[in-house]
Design a protein around this ligand. Structure first.
Ligand code: CDT
Length: 320
């Protein structure tokens, strides 16, 4: 339904700021300059929130095996904002635009030093509203020399320890996830149970990584399928932003998109480079779906969902 036909419409203009490849040789300052240019474009097109990709400050380094911690630590941020990223926060405040930023986080915790694949949500005053640490880490932890590219997220990151929070800010209820999280229905459902109205996510999705051409060939389809199903079944907007193109020889999909609670794609990138995609999103559409098909309080039957939290993998079926 167009926002103009909904008397309770709560429109927000949102941008997905897709990045083309980041070369290994690019500095944080180079990446931040690209992000700033897209933030300015998003604001000039009326956006109040801009979503940047996963690991938006470096190349997708989990594609390489590094033996020593010091070699990989160069890709991690020790503070956010830090000296190179502070300008993003200041510019956001000047422009009155919020943002989602994905980066590798080196965190000093009570349990010692930990590495996370992280995103922050920053409001239109330049203040951090919330932090999310990627829960579903794909790939492997061991070295697989037979592969052209590794996928070492399980080696370089710990699983996120913050769950899937939802924050009320900037006139709506926002949640975050990162890349592989978008393929798992639990990601969206936990946030939907916390009244999320817009799920923000960044991704780096190589399309030559599974060793199965029949799966890799469907990378774009599965990208769309996961976000459209997540949006529809949970009555939420989803804004997914890619880092894409051929990065250090590794091809990655684009298709940054904004998906409505109807499951419809309302805007999608058409390139594999830096590109800003904008849409006007009525957050009240979530209510309309949640009062009809997806009235959780009326129609969900959690007594039958026990295995979802009790089990990690499947058990055999009952013998017939
Ligand atoms: N970054 C990330 O999570 N990428 C994964 C690719 C997995 S291919 C082994 C994704 O789900 O898109």
């Amino acid at each position: 339904m167009p926002a103009s036909l909904n008397p309770r419409a709560r429109p927000i203009v949102v941008a997905a700021a897709q990045m083309g490849p980041i070369a290994l040789s690019e500095t944080r300052a180079d990446c931040v300059a690209r992000l700033l240019e897209m933030m300015r474009e998003a604001a000039s097109r009326g956006a109040k929130l801009v979503v940047f990709p996963e690991l938006a400050l470096t190349t997708f380094f989990p594609r390489w095996w590094f033996e020593a911690d010091q070699e990989v630590d160069v890709f991690f941020e020790r503070e956010m904002p830090g000296p190179e990223t502070r300008i993003l926060f200041e510019t956001a405040a000047e422009l009155g635009i919020g943002f989602y930023l994905g980066y590798a986080e080196l965190a000093h915790t009570d349990a010692g030093l930990k590495r996370f694949n992280t995103a922050v949500l920053v409001n239109d005053k330049g203040a951090i509203v919330g932090k999310y640490r990627k829960v579903h880490l794909p790939g492997h932890a061991d070295h697989r020399p037979e592969r052209a590219f590794q996928h070492l997220e399980k080696r370089y990151f710990q699983p996120g320890d913050l769950g899937f929070p939802v924050w009320e800010t900037m006139g709506g209820n926002f949640g975050m996830c990162i890349c592989n999280d978008r393929r798992w229905p639990e990601t969206y459902r936990v946030m939907a149970l916390r009244s999320v109205e817009m799920v923000l996510l960044g991704y780096n999705t190589p399309n030559d990584h599974t060793g199965h051409p029949e799966i890799d060939g469907l990378s774009n389809f599965h990208n769309q399928l996961a976000m459209q199903a997540g949006a529809y079944q949970n009555a939420t907007w989803v804004v997914g932003t890619a880092k894409c193109g051929i990065e250090e020889g590794s091809p990655m999909i684009g298709q940054s998109m904004i998906v409505a609670p109807s499951g419809e794609v309302v805007a999608m990138a058409s390139t594999l480079g830096d590109e800003v995609v904008v849409a006007r999103c009525d957050l009240d559409l979530c209510r309309i779906y949640r009062e009809t098909f997806f009235n959780f309080a009326v129609h969900r039957e959690p007594a039958h969902y026990g295995p979802i939290t009790a089990q990690k993998g499947p058990v055999p079926p009952t013998n017939g």
